[in-house]
Write a new protein. Sequence first.
Length: 551
Amino acid sequence: MTPTDLKSARAPDVHATEARGLDVLRDPMLNRGTGFTEEERDELGLRGLLPPHVLSQDEQADRVLQNLRKLPEPLDKFVALNALHDRNEALFFRVLCDHIDEMQPLVYTPTVGLACQKFGQVFQRPRGMFIGANDRGQIAKMLRNWPYQAGIIVVTDGERILGLGDLGANGMGIPVGKLSLYAACAGVHPRLCLPITLDVGTNNGALLDDPFYIGLRQRRITGAAYDELIEEFITAAQEVFPGVLIQFEDFANHNAFRLLKKYRDRACTFNDDIQGTAAVALAGIFSALRITGGKLADQRILFFGAGEAASGIADLIASAIAAQGLSEEDARTRCWLFDSRGLVVKSRTDLAEHKLAYAHEHAKIGDFLTAVKTLKPTAIIGVAAVGGTFTREVLEEMARINPQPIVFALSNPTSQAECTAEEAYRWTKGKALFACGSPFDPVTLNGQTFVPRQGNNSYIFPGVGLGVIASRASRVTDGMFMTAAHTLAHLVSESDLAQGSLYPALPRIREVSANIAAAIADTAYKQGLAGKPKPKSVMDDVQSQMYDPHY
């Protein structure tokens, strides 16, 4: 199957395979377990290889859910779902799609963070591809070992996994989890999805001493050796999988920005930590302004953090403000960064290149509370993965200077969240317009129930990927992420806003992704980036390509 012949047939297409008997049962894309009908058992040589009773997919899904819900810990559930993914993909995605609220935190954040930390201990079966620093010169040959025509690659080098740091090859859980969400949330066919880990070593001493660590037992390669490996990989991926979309994931700041800059005009690629995070955050701000009635150009936004996420969000916000008539320079003055050494200001001499655009004229400030009191921001956005930094004093000050302060605690996993939903609402006396990076339960305060929703990239990247694939776009542009942000914000209902929810309900995610994909594809057609003629109905074309796991 290739991106150009992708159909909406229910999965798996067991009638189109030449496989028979145990080969069918051992292929997770073909296997239906006890769901094979009597006719299929005869056709595929399965008679006697399965228990005699046929269980429908509905019945199988019920059994999975009953067993899953009996497990005591999220990591146990992650392992069980991973095992299901390895033996019956259609059933895995059926459960994931139909119970996305319950399952997404298990297959992705926050549970995937713990799973990556313990990846060697829970490892059962390889998924995706591992390309090592010792594989130089043969990457194209290795990629041809992949049995399908990839349409999208999510690649990591494991150096900055969520807020957990360098996890080396154990970071494979992230590309696998992301691509599961591409399939579940946007219907990108699993056969088009290829997770890749570039194992360039790790500087995590605990992993190097761990007898169960699955990666190379060496420190990270850097400099020319690192760059040459990346170059070979990008070149090989484009050669073996023409038109493939490559998503950079969880690269450290010192590589993320420069790799995106280097390859964005040479390949169909984007960095979700920079651009996807930016789009989902901007969408949340658009939603918050529907409640406050304020204008984007009148906001002052203070970021706790100055890395990929903060810079990406600030860039997109500044672009949105500039689109309203301000100069780019004036637009950037609405955004302030606060890093590990304090407020980012012009007089500092220790600033990385990506921070310079937001280094404004101001006295140095060393603590965040003082920065809030001095700058009087309308919004604070936490993306530094330092838990608990939105203290009671910070939140009370935000409520004092704003009728409805915007508070986004976007770091994940949960242990790294800047504050909890309960803290945000309680310490602002219910004034906060809150979004989070990890899931939190509804909060009832003074008779009002607030329903916080995650500012999760899964609202953005699956739809972007589907739109790129559907239109065969040759590039991913910043304008596409602006379009995605506007589209997502428009899908937030008045009833959502009334309960403090700045994003749509997660069970609507396939609807959301289809709308974003259609908007992305339409942008590709308008910008001359599409690889096929514009169809009569872009939405119909997008929906016709969405994978359906039900059979």
